[in-house]
Design a protein around this ligand. Structure first.
Ligand SMILES: NC(=O)c1ccc[n+]([C@@H]2O[C@H](COP(=O)([O-])OP(=O)(O)OC[C@H]3O[C@@H](n4cnc5c(N)ncnc54)[C@H](O)[C@@H]3O)[C@@H](O)[C@H]2O)c1
Length: 401
């Protein structure tokens, strides 16, 4: 079976690497640089080993392309393109639309189309299917299914194989073929009654995290005002063996999922006349954390940051990945610069970002740890500045929540 995977980023390349063991995979991406790099056997995604790609390339099981003509004879298509927010923070389906165009214009025999991109309930039925039909210009009866991706890049314990996968087709045949496809490389498949349930479940999983992160971020402000340790209090609460799940405070939430997916749910809720107050407020609380952190740092440093050199340690949105999408570090840096601080950042995993490069981990007046990669030595952080504020809770004996 020949499989096309549209989008070769975190999700698409991860699936490609697993699927390569069983199928001939064509990785379609519209970024020529990424495609060239992949075809030379170099992975740009944490968790996808270049050696695996090289193995599949050598045996003719994997090839990346920017050309629609390379997907004309595939049997199955997976969509794994971005679903970001627009400038006015609304769901932006333009990448999905472009992927539908690629499929519609090139795939001229009936295939199974599976969407893995995260979007609101109804996207498969009311958006993807009609869009592909529109771009096909001829009546082709494709099968359509959804199987939301749950990959957590950089994570060692859970992967494609041992993370249960939800799925549902628009028809029973689509469901069954989707199950067959994933059963090659996924141990547990969970069928739900409609694509809308699978789409909503994915959004709710990330909304659950967003709301709980906001709650603990607010709680960190409460414990600080009360003069007690947030970490000790959370550890104490966590001794309860049921009904509690520990989340830890942070400078905010980043990545492509937690700051974005809940807004997809809120948008569809409000469109259908249902409230989304928790989601909206949680978003605000998480966004406000960067200001709270800078306020605390400013208060500890004589009430002014004017002219002070501040080193932000870790600008990736989470440890051990180079992903800076929606990173809280961006807002922290913005608040610091608005208050006259001279800001540099250190993150050798990210390397360069927004036209700036990672600075040495030394010589600052103030260091604020936003993300702590395993590769960063704690002692080096402690000697980088006389004042250190740690938002991760990993560094002992310094200021923090
Ligand atoms: N990253 C995660 O941890 C994660 C987890 C679960 C779900 N998701 C969801 O999966 C989807 C993809 O996310 P991602 O993190 O892989 O994104 P990504 O930015 O890492 O990769 C997307 C890739 O798609 C390519 N692309 C964009 N438009 C295209 C088009 N029209 N045709 C072909 N390629 C195109 C880009 O060049 C890029 O390489 C999103 O909906 C996201 O919400 C992501």
């Amino acid at each position: 079976m020949k499989v096309a995977i549209i989008g070769q980023g975190y999700v698409g390349l991860t699936i490609s690497a697993f699927a390569g063991e069983f199928f001939e995979v064509v990785g379609f991406d519209n970024n020529q640089k990424i495609v060239n790099q992949l075809n030379s056997g170099i992975s740009h995604i944490e968790g996808v080993e270049s050696s695996v790609l090289q193995k599949w390339i050598k045996t003719g099981r994997y090839r990346a392309t920017t050309s629609g003509s390379d997907i004309v004879d595939v049997d199955l298509v997976v969509i794994a393109v971005p679903t970001p927010l627009s400038k006015d923070r609304q769901p932006d389906l333009t990448y999905i639309d472009a992927a539908c165009r690629t499929i519609g214009e090139n795939v001229k025999k009936p295939v199974l189309v599976i969407n893995e991109s995260t979007s609101f309930p109804g996207t498969l039925r009311n958006y993807i299917k009609p869009a592909i039909e529109k771009y096909s210009n001829s009546p082709i009866e494709h099968l359509y299914a959804i199987s939301p991706e749950r990959v957590d890049p950089g994570r060692g314990d859970f992967n494609q194989k041992n993370t249960p996968r939800l799925y549902a087709g628009l028809t029973a045949e689509a469901s069954e073929k989707t199950r067959e496809f994933y059963s090659h490389f996924c141990d547990e498949l969970v069928k739900v009654s409609s694509p809308e349930v699978a789409e909503a479940a994915k959004l709710f999983e990330n909304t659950f995290r967003q709301v709980n992160i906001a709650l603990v971020n607010e709680f960190a402000q409460i414990t600080n005002a009360l003069g007690i340790s947030v970490y000790e209090t959370l550890d104490a609460a966590n001794t309860k063996p049921y009904g509690f799940m520990k989340f830890t405070p942070s400078a905010g939430v980043g990545g492509h999922c937690i700051p974005v997916d809940p807004t997809y749910l809120a948008a569809v809720a409000e469109e259908n006349g249902a409230p989304a107050t928790f989601i909206r407020r949680a978003n605000e609380v998480n966004l406000e954390m960067s200001k709270y952190v800078v306020d605390r740092v400013q208060a500890d440093n004589g009430g002014s940051l004017q002219g002070k050199s501040v080193l932000v340690v870790g600008v990736a949105y989470k440890p051990n990945v180079a992903d800076v999408r929606e990173t809280a570090a961006e807002l922290v840096i913005e608040h610091l610069r608005n208050r006259g601080a001279v800001v540099t950042w250190h993150d050798d995993v990210v390397g360069s970002w927004r036209g700036e490069s990672s600075a040495p981990l030394s010589g600052a007046d103030i260091a604020i740890v936003v993300t702590k990669h395993d590769s960063v030595n704690e002692r080096d952080i402690l000697t980088s500045a006389p004042y250190v504020f740690d938002t991760t809770g990993k560094i002992k004996g310094v200021k923090g929540f």
